[in-house]
Design a protein around this ligand. Sequence first.
Ligand code: GLU
Length: 543
Amino acid sequence: MNYQALAELLFPDVSDTPAILEQRFPERDLSSDAIVTRIGPSPTGFVHLGNLYNAVIGERLAHQSNGVFYLRIEDTDEKRKVEGAVETLISAMNYFGVHFDEGASADGDQGNYAPYRQRQRKEIYHIIAKYLTQQGKTYPCFLTAEELDMIREEQTAHKETPGIYGKYAETNRNLTLEQIQQNLNAGKSWVLRFRAEETEESIIVHDAIRGELKMPRNQMDFVLLKSDGIPTYHFAHVVDDHFMRSTHVIRGEEWISSLPMHVELFNTLQWKQPIYCHTATLMKIEDGKKRKLSKRKDPELALSYYQQEGICPAAVWEFLLTLLNSDFEEWRLANPNADYHTFPYTIEKMSISGALVDLDKLRDVSKEVISRMSAEEIYAGWLEWCQQYQPDFAELLTKYHDRTIKALNVGRNGTKIRKDLENWKQACDFMRFYYDETFVMQDEMPCDAETRTAFFKSYLDSYDHTDDSSTWFTKVKTLTEQAGFAVKPKDFKKHPEQYKGSIIDITNMLRAALTGRTNAPDIWEVSHVLGEDIIRNRIAKWL
Ligand code: GLU
C-alpha cells in the first residue's frame, strides 16, 4: 500500500504537518517542576461533583508549582451536547472559585494554546491523522452499523473481547487503494482506525496516585476519527494534551481501561507521555454499604445541588480537600485560621479506594468554615446567594444591613464561637426571626395563657433596654420567682410540687415570643439586635 497516496486520498485538504503544530504550540516556558494540567469536562448540561473534585486537584497542583491550570471543553460527542451547557459549566466553576489561567471562558477562549474547545480543533486532529496515515498507522474502515452489530454478537456468543482487531479487522485493513477509492466515490461512510499490532506484550504506566499499573499492550484497531471527522476521546486526549503541553492528566479511574490505547498513540507519535493521575470514584454509604454515587438517585452528585442549597464554595473546597488528602483535617486543626490555599496538597496522600461523599461530614465542615468567617464575609456570601435563589430575602438583607451584621455577630465574642449556620439556605430559615417580614412562630408557645400574660406584663413593665446582660438576668430571675417558678431548675426537679415550673419555662417563653423558637441564641443579645420597639411589639402580641 502506498500510504502517502492513501493519506492524500483521505485528507486532500490537509497540507500542514506536525512540525508546524509543534511551532504553533511551543513547549511552555516554565520551570521544570511546574505542573500544567486541566479539566476536560464534556458539556452535557450536568456538572458533576467529580468535575470539581478533579478541578481542585488540578488547580492545587498547578498553582502550588507555579504552573498552569486550564479548562478544555471536550465536546466531541454530538449526542450528549446540550444547548447552554458550556456556559453552565463555566459559571459553575466560577461560582466555586476555580481559577483557570487559560482555556474556555465566558469571554471566549483565552490563551496561547487555543482553541480550547475540541470541535474547533478539527483541523489540528486532521493534521495528525494524516501524518499517522502516511506512516501506515491507520486505515479507513467502512464497516456499517449492521456489520458492527453482527461482529459484536459473534464476539459475545464466543465470549471474545469485543472490538475490531485480528480477523474482525482483516477486510478493511487489507483494502487496496483502488477499493478505498471506489468506496469513497460511492459515498460510503468511514471512520479512521488505528492499525494496532498483534502482540502479547504488556505495558507499565506509573500512575501518580496508584503507582505501577501493568496492563496488556493495546491490540485494538480503535477509532481515531468518527465518520463526521470528529475525533474520539482517545485521539483528542493525546493530541490535545500534547499540544497544550499538559504535564499531568488528572481524570476519573473509569479511563484506566483505555490507557493502553493512549500509551500506544503517545509511543507511535514519539511524544512524551504525561503523568497520569486516575482519581477515585465518588461513593456514598447506603444501608451500611459503599456504592457509587448515581446521577439518578443522588442529587448530591450534581454541582448545582451545592449551589441551590447555598453551601458556600469555601466549604465545598474544604470538604473536597478532606476527601482528597488524609492529613487535611489535621492541618486544619493546627492552622484554624489559615486560607485553605496554603495547605500543602500532595498527590501521594490520595486514597484510591473510592472517595466517600458524606453529607453529614460536609455539614460539619461547612459549619466550621462559616464560623471562621467574619460577619461581613458571611453577609456578602449569603446576600450573593439570596440574590439568585431567594430574592425576597436578599431585599431584607439589603434593607437591614446593620441589623444583619449585628445578628451575625451574636454568639461570636466569647471563646466558644457558635456554629449554627450551615449554609445560606438554612441561614434564611435560622435567621428569619430578625426581620418582622419573615418572623413566624415555628415552635409552640410554652405555658398556659394566664401565666404567660402575667409574666409578659411584668416583664414589659420592668424592661429597661439599657440594662446590661447581668442586670437584665437578675431581673428575669426576680420575675421568675414572683411568678412561682423555680430559679434553679434542679430545685424544680427536686420539689415539683412547690413550683409551676422552672426558669427554663420562663426563658423559653421569652425566646418563643422574640424568635418564634424555644431554641435560639442568647435572649439579651438577640434583644439588642432587634431593638426595643420590636421586642415590645412581639411580646405585647401575647398580652
Ligand atoms: N471528557 C472527559 C470526561 O468528561 C475528560 C477526561 C479527561 O480529563 O481526560 O470524563
